[in-house]
Design a protein around this ligand. Structure first.
Ligand code: 4IA
Length: 403
């Protein structure tokens, strides 16, 4: 017998849980623990797919795009079997070589240097907004701050006209829901989709984009031959889809995190240089984007379990970011911990290309708050907003103590 020559084969654990039920969307943490404990990989029999919830496998899988492809869609739907809900993204829902080409255009437009040029103007806007809120003393950190700030800076940076911007959030909500099943949460969000989708598509045309904005810069890349005329509008659409809900949740999560961990607010006030690592820790802790699918391109062995070729695999970013196998006291916000490797922005070739935008927005808002606020207190029951992919609040009443 040559036992040592072949790795042991295991049956795949099966979970009957529904990650998209209202209860689990409302509070996923107990389910996450159960799924991590089920094994390195498991089947979700309700959705006829596989899942990974431990940090090691999520991180490994997301860093192997050859095996875990995005080209069949990063939602539950397999683009080879069902018609996509919208024309696929040529950034998110593709593999190299096309992905390499489109991503390089996007990363240049939203480069660190490009974002540094925004700092002064964005800081002024953040100071102004936070001044008003501190004067009020009590406000809703979502409705009055998180929902407000990105909408004041990002659509202008892209170069959108003022009319119709109220369509941006409903559109994002639909798209992020569409990565999950066709459940009630999805259906409610697409009830009035047509005019919203139409408005978004109309804003992706060169003629309506302000010169100098991110959108216009994508068309300049087209002029240089880096992408063609069918691709440029779809990349503008990527910005409109991915740039708002996510940063809104990032800012809202910052406030929620520091309201729940007041000692950490004090640590940050004593050392504002921790702002950047603090944002990473909040993104780890909150995981605004909770899940994404990949599709296997071959039979793949994961710790002795074989995932067959062509399987959908649900990556639980939120569960990986709180895996006790990886993180000490994972449920605690600790802005001094090493957050390196967290998957809150994804990881690998699809890792968030807009994170410089998110970081700059969070930076200026938090800088304004650090100067003016000694403590943030929760002043009422937070209300969740349910979405199949995003974890967010609809309302967070707070009271702030001026510095
Ligand atoms: C796109 C992952 C999420 C932030 C995202 C959503 C949509 C797109 C990209 C990223 O439409 O390209």
């Amino acid at each position: 017998m040559t036992m040592a020559a072949t790795a042991a084969k295991h049956d795949c654990p099966v979970s009957h849980c529904d990650p998209y039920s209202r209860e689990n969307l409302m509070d996923p943490h107990a389910m996450h623990a159960e799924l991590r404990d089920a094994g390195p990989v498991f089947r979700l029999d309700r959705y006829d797919c596989y899942g990974m919830a431990r940090f090691a496998q999520v991180h490994q899988g997301m860093n192997d795009w050859q095996t875990y492809s995005s080209a069949s869609g990063v939602g539950l739907d397999d683009f080879r079997k069902t018609r996509p809900w919208r024309p696929p993204s040529i950034l998110l829902e593709v593999d190299p070589p096309l992905h390499t080409q489109t991503r390089s255009v996007m990363s240049r437009v939203m480069s660190p240097a490009a974002m540094r040029q925004k700092r002064e103007e964005w800081q002024e806007k953040a100071d102004h907004l936070v001044d008003d809120l501190v004067a009020r003393g009590s406000f809703d950190a979502i409705a009055d701050l998180a929902n407000v700030f990105p909408l004041r800076v990002f659509p202008d940076a892209v170069g959108l006209r003022p009319e119709g911007r109220e369509n941006l959030l409903p559109y994002g909500n639909m798209v992020f829901n569409s990565f999950g099943p066709r459940n009630e949460v999805f259906l409610e969000s697409v009830a009035n989709a047509q005019p919203v989708v139409q408005w978004i598509m109309d804003q992706c045309r060169r003629e309506v984009l302000t010169p100098g904005g991110f959108g216009a810069q994508i068309f300049e890349a087209m002029d240089r031959g880096e992408i063609d005329e069918t691709q440029a509008p779809i990349l503008v659409r990527s910005m409109l889809t991915a740039g708002l809900d996510t940063t809104i949740i990032g800012i809202g999560s910052m406030v929620y995190a520091f309201a729940q961990f007041p000692d950490q607010w004090q640590v940050l006030r004593d050392n504002p240089a921790l702002l950047r690592p603090a944002f990473d820790e909040v993104v780890r802790w909150a995981s605004p984007v909770q899940t994404f699918f990949r599709t296997t391109t071959r039979d793949v062995d994961v710790e002795g379990v074989t995932i067959p070729d062509g399987s959908k695999v649900l990556m639980f970013l939120g569960a990986a970011n709180r895996d006790p196998r990886k993180w000490e006291r994972p449920d605690d916000l600790d802005i001094r911990r090493p957050t390196i490797g967290h998957v809150g922005f994804g990881t690998g070739i699809h890792g968030c290309v807009g994170q410089m935008v998110a970081r700059m927005e969070a930076d200026v808002v938090m800088t304004a708050m650090l100067k003016r606020i000694k403590a943030i207190e929760i002043a009422g029951e937070p209300v969740r907003h349910l979405n199949n992919t995003l974890r967010s609040l609809a309302s967070l009443p707070v009271r702030v103590i001026p510095a």
